[in-house]
Design a protein around this ligand. Structure first.
Ligand code: C5P
Length: 231
């Protein structure tokens, strides 16, 4: 089976405080976005990628892979969820796929075997899910009025970090995301919208190398993880 990926890449990367969005910073001479796209398209079950970029993005059209037939550009939106929905709406006009993957542009270190495990959900469970890893540290809930004071310790048993890719039946995800946005629900990943709409969502355990590049040190860490793949 062949699948399509929507890659939200329309963020401005404020926490990176760099001269350009983090997806256009380079690791070994190649942008983070290209590392991510290469990782995805080289997977044997991925055939097409829709990338949501900022409408005034000056970098995307200059990428060497820009003219590849497997790549489609769409204008992203104000929030990540708007960007993902823009990608899904574009796909609704073109392909109407049964299932869709969504993967952050800023996660180049995901592995092919993790993607394969996630894709197996379609066949074996018939329901969607996401890559996730269990939290390791003790978790604290801060006081709302005094954010530097602890209110309580949250039981970390059963707590997971939600990563990407996330993988869902296409129409159900498009409907859930669009309804959740209209209802002004805080949506920071696709699973949030699916949970809100009452769909079951599977956790698929991922390695914690699948980091989201967010702060300056993450670039060096991602470079290290990517270099391990070539050993
Ligand atoms: O900002 P954050 O790290 O959560 O962004 C996750 C992904 O969502 C990034 O790849 C970013 O480019 C993308 N994004 C987007 N549209 C936005 C905000 C973020 O496509 N409006």
């Amino acid at each position: 089976l062949q699948f399509t990926v929507v890659v939200p890449a329309a963020g401005v990367g404020k926490r990176m405080a760099a001269d350009r969005p983090k997806q256009y910073l380079t690791i070994d001479g190649k942008t983070v976005l290209e590392h991510t796209l290469d990782k995805l398209i080289s997977h044997p079950n991925i055939q097409h990628i829709v990338v949501a970029v900022h409408p005034q993005d000056p970098y995307f059209d200059g990428l060497p892979c820009r003219q590849q037939p497997w790549l489609t550009r769409v204008d992203g939106g104000d929030e990540r969820a708007d960007s993902v929905l823009a990608g899904l709406n574009m796909l609704a006009q073109q392909q109407q796929p049964d299932w869709v993957l969504v993967h952050d542009a800023a996660r180049p270190c995901v592995s092919h075997s993790e993607i394969s495990q996630l894709l197996a959900l379609a066949e074996h469970q018939g329901q969607g899910g996401l890559l996730a890893c269990p939290v390791r540290d003790t978790m604290k809930r801060a006081n709302k009025d005094q954010p530097s004071l602890i209110d309580k310790t949250v039981d970390r048993d059963g707590l997971w970090h939600a990563l990407t890719p996330q993988f869902f039946p296409f129409s159900a995800l498009r409907t859930a995301l669009s309804n959740a946005l209209q209802a002004k629900i805080a949506i920071t990943d696709e699973a949030s919208a699916m949970e809100w709409a009452g769909h079951p969502v599977q956790l698929v355990e991922s390695s914690d190398k699948n980091i989201k590049i967010t702060r300056p040190d993450d670039l060096a860490l991602a470079a290290f993880y990517l270099s391990l793949e070539n050993l």
